[in-house]
Design a protein around this ligand. Structure first.
Ligand code: SF4
Length: 286
């Protein structure tokens, strides 16, 4: 069957489309993970499932091994359901589906079978098809999405998708329609939307525009997670991105978010570093 599950709308058989992955999910790692926002990781960790492949081509991708090299194991929907239930049994606060956009059909099926007692987190780049989001949304409690760019030229240059700003804004609008953020007395998120924005070197003005865009269009209906953890990876050939983010660059964006009264999380700039990139070396956990 030809695939149109994500905004690329390839219309090609799986495996020969832009993402290059099969219909069944390829899993890079599945384990309890403690490096998400505190409301997601909690004390016991988030039951994180990293899906291989991607429908974007970010030149600075922080997980090349998984997104491009597609390191991982192809599994059945039944196996995916079992992995979700195993993570739940291990005490995960939630099931965290990382980079799910090109596997939404298989994930929806697995979630329907799993009947989880804990929230499922849709952890995405934001380059999502609203039709696919509508199908998976009965099983998703928390939307953890990026909003990377507001400028189509920037999105084309760094991620190979000029339509990203419009597509991601439409996806976010849909996610927000599912409800406001709810955080329990235990400090864990139950439902709602977190919007992540990673500040990149040399793109300070783009980041300020992104933070302002979110505020102007979506008010305080979401929690912002402003991220400073940008790490230069060897695969990145883009000269202006081959350096660390400066404190000035990051703080100038954080100051705008504070001035606007945006709610959420502002990461400390000392968070930049490879320790925030999960180790995928041979640990599929499947
Ligand atoms: S999921 Fe992959 S094959 Fe399907 S439309 Fe998107 S990029 Fe193309």
């Amino acid at each position: 069957m030809n695939c149109s599950v994500c905004p690329r709308k390839c219309g090609l058989p799986r495996g020969s489309g832009y993402c290059g992955v099969p219909a069944l999910p390829v899993i890079a790692r599945a384990a309890l993970h403690g490096f998400e926002e505190p409301v997601i990781s909690g004390t016991r960790g988030s039951g994180t499932i990293f899906f291989a492949g991607c429908n974007m081509r970010c030149v600075y991708c922080q997980n090349f091994a998984v997104s491009r090299a597609q390191t991982g194991t192809e599994i059945t929907v039944k196996r995916l359901t079992e992995i979700m239930l195993r993570l739940e049994d291990e005490g995960a606060h939630n099931i965290n589906l990382v980079t799910p956009s090109h596997y939404t059909e298989a994930i929806t099926e697995a979630l329907a079978a799993a009947r989880l007692k804990i929230p499922a987190v849709y952890n995405t780049s934001g380059y999502d098809d609203v039709g696919a989001l509508k199908k998976i949304s009965p099983y998703i409690s928390i939307w953890l999405t990026d909003f990377k760019y507001v400028n189509p030229d920037t999105a084309a240059r760094y991620s190979g998708c000029a339509d990203y700003p419009a597509v991601a804004a439409e996806a976010i609008r849909y996610m927000l329609s599912r409800g406001a953020p709810v955080i329990g007395a235990d400090g864990l998120m139950r439902s709602g939307v977190i919007i992540r924005h990673l500040v990149l070197p040399a793109l300070r003005k783009e980041s300020i525009a992104a933070v302002e865009y979110l505020h102007n269009n979506f008010g305080n209906a979401y929690l912002l997670s402003l991220m400073a953890q940008y790490t230069v990876v060897p695969e990145c050939a883009c000269r202006e991105l081959r350096r660390r983010l400066t404190t000035y660059e990051y703080n100038s964006v954080a100051d705008v978010a504070r001035r606007l009264g945006t709610k959420g999380f502002i990461q400390d700039i000392t968070a930049a570093g490879a320790e925030y990139i999960p180790d995928f070396g041979g640990k599929t956990g499947c």
